[in-house]
Design a protein around this ligand. Sequence first.
Ligand SMILES: Nc1ncnc2c1ncn2[C@@H]1O[C@H](COP(=O)(O)OP(=O)(O)O)[C@@H](O)[C@H]1O
Ligand SMILES: [Mg+2]
Length: 235
Amino acid sequence: MSTDPPLKELALHNITVRFGGLTALDDVSLRVAPGRIVGVIGPNGAGKTTLFNVICGFVPPTSGHLTLDGQPWRPRPHQLNGLGIARTLQGVGQFGGMSVLENVMVGTRGRRAEAEAMAALTRCGVDRYAGARPGALPYATRKRVELARALVAKPRILMLDEPAGGLDADEIQWLASLIKETGTTVLLVEHHMDLVMSVCDEILVLDFGKPIALGTPEEISKNPRVTDAYLGAAA
Ligand SMILES: Nc1ncnc2c1ncn2[C@@H]1O[C@H](COP(=O)(O)OP(=O)(O)O)[C@@H](O)[C@H]1O
Ligand SMILES: [Mg+2]
């Protein structure tokens, strides 16, 4: 078991990210309080994955900073697990040379690794594929394996980047229940408004990198700027 102090709070303070002339994130602040399910939504290209990558340490902010438990924090990808932060990436990034079970065991350590990996696969409804190669499985099944790999570490903060992408309505329903049941802090980056509306306590809406709204699902669904951003993207 981890002996790290419990995470209290992850926060972004005035984060801006520029890629050359393109501003992917423009002065974004967000507090992810413990136990909360916080969503980040926005049309394609809004900066959701960039925000995710900033927290994972893949993309350094051009300006602004992050804090963990109120302390300035510079995230590094290889330190996330040790801090109790687990993530799934957009798409499915599994190791083709290993079985499903071995892929999930990568997310955990110790004597009980195999039993815990099996339990995570069972929880995600894919234990019967433990011996299979991920590449041979349908996309939705691989997404469940990816979730199992994140959950097996019993993270304090679970970060999900577009977990609903490529899933049908039933799969999304299942995903919504799983997210609500995890009992951990969740940062959910997602394009699907319905999923985010049904599971999140709080939602940040990005449009071309700019934070245009922050509030409860009810507040967000009534916000004309949000509807405009989505209708604008669909047009
Ligand atoms: N590494 C990068 N280099 C250059 N431009 C990037 C990079 N990553 C993202 N972008 C650009 O930043 C914008 C936001 O992208 P992204 O964060 O992936 O949006 P989303 O996940 O909301 O669809 C897009 O215009 C995208 O093309
Ligand atoms: Mg994305």
